[in-house]
Design a protein around this ligand. Structure first.
Ligand SMILES: [Fe+2]
Length: 127
């Protein structure tokens, strides 16, 4: 497969970029991009968007597609969207209300050909 990472089994573990400042095309297609405030107040609603293919469009066809996107705060599960090959825009968009510091926002996406990929975004929760 032309897009394999050299010497890496993409289905063994969770994939992250080797060098976040110098992304490969494979990494650009799969890395979830989290858009959220840097700081929020406890109990106040805010919007979080997780986009896959924002940096470089990911294919969406029966043979190659994004199957799901999940969002966590640390290890706390927040949201999930299940996708199919006809979902042309792999995006998770939710309103969230965090109660306390519980770790960074973490997003995971799964591609049927290239495994699970993770992105992290720090977020401060003030009282
Ligand atoms: Fe893929």
């Amino acid at each position: 497969m032309a897009e394999e990472k050299e010497g890496t089994d993409l289905f063994c573990g969770i994939n992250v970029p080797d060098d976040p400042d110098n992304l490969t095309d494979l990494e650009k297609k799969h890395l979830p991009v989290i858009t959220a405030p840097d700081e929020v107040k406890a109990g106040e609603c805010f919007e979080v968007t997780v986009e896959v293919g924002k940096l470089l469009e990911h294919p969406n066809k029966r043979s190659h597609f994004i199957g799901f996107i999940e969002l966590y705060q640390g290890d706390l599960y927040l949201a999930r969207v299940d996708l199919t090959p006809v979902t042309t825009c792999p995006v998770l968009k939710v309103c969230v209300s965090l109660e306390k510091e519980c770790g960074p926002l973490r997003a995971f996406e799964w591609c049927n050909l290239h495994g699970t990929w993770k992105a992290t975004k720090e977020i401060a929760v003030s009282e």
